[in-house]
Design a protein around this ligand. Sequence first.
Ligand code: ARG
Length: 468
Amino acid sequence: MGKLWQGRFSETTASVVEAFTASIQVDQRLYAYDIQGSIAHCQTLAKASIITEAEATEIILGLEAIKQEIEEGRFRFNDSLEDIHMHIESRLVEIVGPVGRKLHTARSRNDQVALDVRMFLRVATCDVVRQLYRLQQVLVVLAKKHIDTILPGYTHMQRAQPVLLSHHFMAYYEMFARDMARLEDCLPRINVMPLGCAALAGTTYPIDRSYTAKLLDFAEVSPNSIDGVSDRDFILEFLACAGICMIHFSRLSEELILWSTAEFGFIELPDAYATGSSIMPQKKNPDVPELVRGKTATVIGNLMALLTMMKSLPLAYNRDMQEDKAPLFDTVDTLTACIGVYIDMLPEIKFKAKTMLQAASSGFLDATDMADYLVSRGVAFREAHHLVGEAVRFALTHKKELHQLTLEQLQSFSALIEEDIYSILKTRQMIERRSSYGGTAGKNVRLAIAAAEKKLAQKKDTLPHFGN
Ligand code: ARG
């Protein structure tokens, strides 16, 4: 069958141009939304008496037959038909005859593609939100399990102060909770129905756009036809949220990679999530976190690609915009795969509590607490900081920790120091004293876990969902 827009042309399209302009390899993924949207459009046309009910029924049966053909692998894709919209419409005319040519009344591919992508993305966004919900559940379970595990917290990648591993997990819980909230916040801006904007200026036909929106479960109708076909903000927003979420995964991945080294020795990754080396028999490589870290670059790149593609486009539709789908689909797939693999892998990681505790008990992680001790005895904080700095220097030269110095040695830095300093310098004590709101004290972390559990339980029945 010839092209649906062939009328104006006296020559046929060069085959190299057909191949170059075709997007069918990418956008065939939208087929179900395209068909669902076309069915709703058809019903809207019938409601406005632009086509008869009988014609509408014929077209809808044809569209449903096409859906089945595609799902059963019987549908033939072909570059000369450009995109999924043309494929479905051409096939429709083959199946139902000339009445199929009425479907595209009061519509353009410009509003059609905007509709399809919005339908795709609202489902994808809900799926990611649900996955992030599950990931948060996993993190809370881990936090509960490791409520007594102590590790050194780091700043500048230097040991800083001891913290609970639970507290560390709950930090990621907070990050992913924000990612989830950000994505949910995008939904009302995705869920806007563009059909009826037509090419850019609206349509001369008396269609009821809010009826189409109702049929397709859209909360709103795009209020400006030029914007309706030009806007890709909703994709950019999703890609930005995905990029931020991947940054969180990448940071977690970096930690797991470091923690699994012989130098740290804090964790052992499950065999099922690591691979060996083809030459070095001793190796067990942290491929999964490494790949997640690597894929973060692609996701960020996808956001950059789309921002750059949009930045100079005049209104309204431009063919450049066809390039939006590959980065979008790739981002959805990558993000989904990363969340999925972390949900499965995290509970399988072995945390080596003894090594972590040992690391938290050396390297002067108690220096701040000693300074705070002097402050509690009336020394100004800056002065206390200086005195403890001297004590650290002394201890270093004697290859000791602060808590390994004798009372006489400690008193040489300040006469205010007494025997009780040793209990102050115990790692667990240091953690428990950090009980300011949001701090790492066990009682705080328990409260944070309980609050998270309550939130997750409340959220369970209100997770966003679009059926298809
Ligand atoms: N394949 C096109 C896209 O993805 C569909 C819209 C084409 N519109 C047009 N006027 N050529 O953007």
